[in-house]
Write a protein that binds this ligand. Sequence first.
Ligand code: FE2
Length: 142
Amino acid sequence: MEFYMIELNTIPLVPIDSMNETHLEEVEIINTLLTQLQAKADFVVISKTFEELLEHMQEHFATEEKMMQDAHYPSFRMHKADHDKVLNETRYAEMEWRNRKEIDALKAYFEEEILTWLDQHIKAMDTPMADFLGTKHARYGL
Ligand SMILES: [Fe+2]
């Protein structure tokens, strides 16, 4: 089976540095998880990384949502809905992983769903958000 890792320099950049740093951190956790899945690491090891990723995603989304709310960003609800959707899907993937312990299914979820989602979300949601906050709300010092 082929092995995919996310090249860090392929992550789309937005005009707010703190958001880019968060995206890079998240991709590093995803790459760790993909490496462990590829190596067929122990269930406990993979589960621990998966848990770490879910915590990072929650923190990442909550931070962006607070930034949007503070700035009265007009597309807040649409952006938050995209966060909620992927978080629910990833929680479901974790439940499936814990119940079935299927390495290939989890690997496919990340390679086929999450990698595409991340690229599209950064381009379609995070970039316009960062543009809005960066230009119209520069006074917030974000
Ligand atoms: Fe986002």
